[in-house]
Design a binder for this molecule. Structure first.
Ligand code: FAD
Length: 497
């Protein structure tokens, strides 16, 4: 029976990136993917950080710029320009890409160089602590180590803990070429662009409507940016002549005239308008009509809750990408995180198999905890800055906000610097190129993660060098930037502080 070093479940960005790295480290790798490729996937807006990880991986995606036609997209990969509704103001941001994920994920999987098997499979741990993999009920091969890269679908047992409030997404393809936007709504937020429209809300909010379609249409009808983009389209206005139609319906009492309704094909829209009790508001009716008049395809729903898996790594398995933790889609950093956990996770796997396994496991657990904590803080700050509606949706997402006060650093040349008395020096697992090793680091209360290197200089060595020297001497030895960093992060303090 064939035996592989590594079996990776899931051929999304995380699985492909992990496969590529492990093959480069000299392992035999097989990838199992449940769904035939190319397959559609949510998550088409890529943050600028993705470019860095693709460079690290040596994958060139520029071949996709401006060629081919993904479903509902003009280009497979195009530069991203975002219109954001921030604190009641519209701002524009550049950076990152929009991609056809079917194309992008296929490109990464091909670049991995791994053997790929498409189909239904499951792994069972054998008595040697390795994995027997069954495809369509037949035991097909075994593997020393298992990588779980199955996205939001769990593969192994393990508890998943929500890290932010439970959120659902309703989405549909959009036939209008709206610009890309993110907008805060009263009890939801919107994302539009790349041929798609999304509404993110509490599950309870959706239940207030008769159908997901009604929820989506009503919410989208209230999106100021969506209306702006659609109304801008004068061609559409001319075709629909909706203003006139709505006026006709409202004032001529022609609602019961089936023939007329058929002519205008408005049956569904009228029902929706009635359901939503929007009849009194002509402006809203017109907008809701615009949204509903064939611009959106079938509305789908999925969960968008951010969670963390509480057993991210063990002696014979690792979870990466969305399988280890998911982010609030608001950040549009899911793919970036998938690539990062894969690239760093590959070093962890190499360390578990060839080096100090405990160091590898400790490093990965610390890294996941640190990433989760940073993400929760970032998200809460963002939601708080958007909290212009004073509604429960925004309130609970910006709770427990932790913002470090920016410290004003005033140092005089003669100030005596001492090491923070609360600092603890300890052995920390540190990521190297191929292995994880323990090195001395320093932990400062109030900071989630310990400090090991700054600007490639070991922090503990700097602390020993600086202790009980004046600020002037410190600056001569290490330069102003490092002294500022050490004092700002409370590694060093003024003796009289
Ligand atoms: C509504 C929504 C919008 C989002 N928008 C963005 C965005 O704009 N930008 C962004 O960067 N991220 C976004 N994300 C997140 C992003 O989609 C994910 O973070 C990213 O796809 C994670 O990559 P992955 O490789 O871990 O998982 P996936 O891309 O989900 O890949 C997992 C793969 O595993 C396969 N699989 C599952 N189970 C099995 C099994 N048992 N056996 C074999 N194969 C299996 C699946 O078929 C899939 O191909 C969004 C998420 C949501 C929910």
């Amino acid at each position: 029976m064939t035996k592989y070093d590594i079996c990776i479940f899931g051929g999304g960005p995380a699985g492909s990136a992990m496969a590529k790295r492990l093959i480069e480290f000299g392992y035999s790798v097989v990838v199992i993917e449940k769904v035939p490729f190319p397959r559609p996937h949510v998550g088409i807006s890529l943050s600028p950080g993705v470019e860095h990880w693709l460079k690290v991986l040596g994958v060139d995606v520029s071949v996709g710029v401006g060629v081919g036609a993904g479903v509902g997209m003009e280009k497979r990969l195009s530069p991203r320009s975002l219109v954001l509704w921030e604190s009641n103001e519209v701002v524009e941001k550049e950076g990152g890409w929009h991609v056809d994920r079917g194309w992008f994920d296929q490109l990464l999987l091909n670049a991995s160089g791994a053997r790929v098997i498409f189909g239904n499979a499951y792994p069972i741990e054998n008595i040697h602590g390795e994995w027997d993999v069954f495809i369509e009920q037949e035991q097909s091969f075994s593997a020393r180590f298992l990588v779980v890269a199955t996205g939001r679908r769990p593969l192994l047992k393990g508890r998943r803990r929500a890290i932010l409030p439970v959120t659902v997404a309703a989405y549909a393809r959009c036939s209008s070429s709206i610009e890309t936007f993110i907008e805060a709504g009263e009890s939801c937020w919107y994302w539009g662009g790349g041929g798609m429209g999304f509404v993110f809300a509490d599950p309870g909010e959706v239940q207030r409507y008769n159908s997901v379609q009604a929820f989506f249409v009503d919410k989208m009808g209230r999106s100021q940016l969506m209306r702006k983009f659609l109304l801008k389209d004068s061609q559409l206005m001319r075709r629909s002549q909706l203003t006139k139609d709505v006026q006709l319906m409202r004032y001529s009492q022609l609602m019961k005239d089936v023939q007329l309704m058929r002519d205008f094909q408005l049956t569904r829209d009228i029902q929706l308008m009635k359901d939503s009790k929007l009849m009194n508001d002509v402006q809203l009716i017109r907008d809701s009509q615009l949204i509903n008049s064939g611009h959106f395809g079938e509305v789908k729903m999925c969960t968008a809750t951010a969670y963390v898996d509480e057993s991210p790594v063990g002696k014979n398995f690792i979870k990466i990408g969305d399988a280890v933790f998911t982010m609030d889609p608001l950040s549009a950093q899911g793919v970036q995180k998938a690539l990062k956990t894969a690239v760093q996770g590959a070093v962890v796997v190499n360390t578990i198999l060839k080096g100090d396994a405990a160091a590898g496991i400790a490093f990965y657990e610390n890294m996941v905890a640190d990433e989760v904590s940073k993400h929760v803080k970032w998200t809460q700050q963002f939601y708080q800055s958007q909290n212009i509606y004073d509604s429960p949706f925004w309130e609970k997402r910006s709770k427990a906000l932790f913002i470090e006060q920016d410290q004003v650093l005033k140092l005089s040349a003669d100030d005596l610097l001492i090491t923070n008395p609360a600092a603890i020096v300890e052995q920390i697992p540190v990521l190297g190129k191929e292995l994880i090793q323990y090195e001395q680091g320093i932990r400062i209360p109030g900071h989630e993660a310990p400090f090991v290197y700054v600007n490639e200089k070991p922090v503990v060595e700097m602390v020993h060098l600086l202790d009980r020297r004046t600020a002037k001497e410190g600056i001569q030895l290490l330069g102003m930037d490092l002294i500022r960093w050490l004092v700002y992060n409370r590694v060093m303090m003024k003796a009289d502080q």
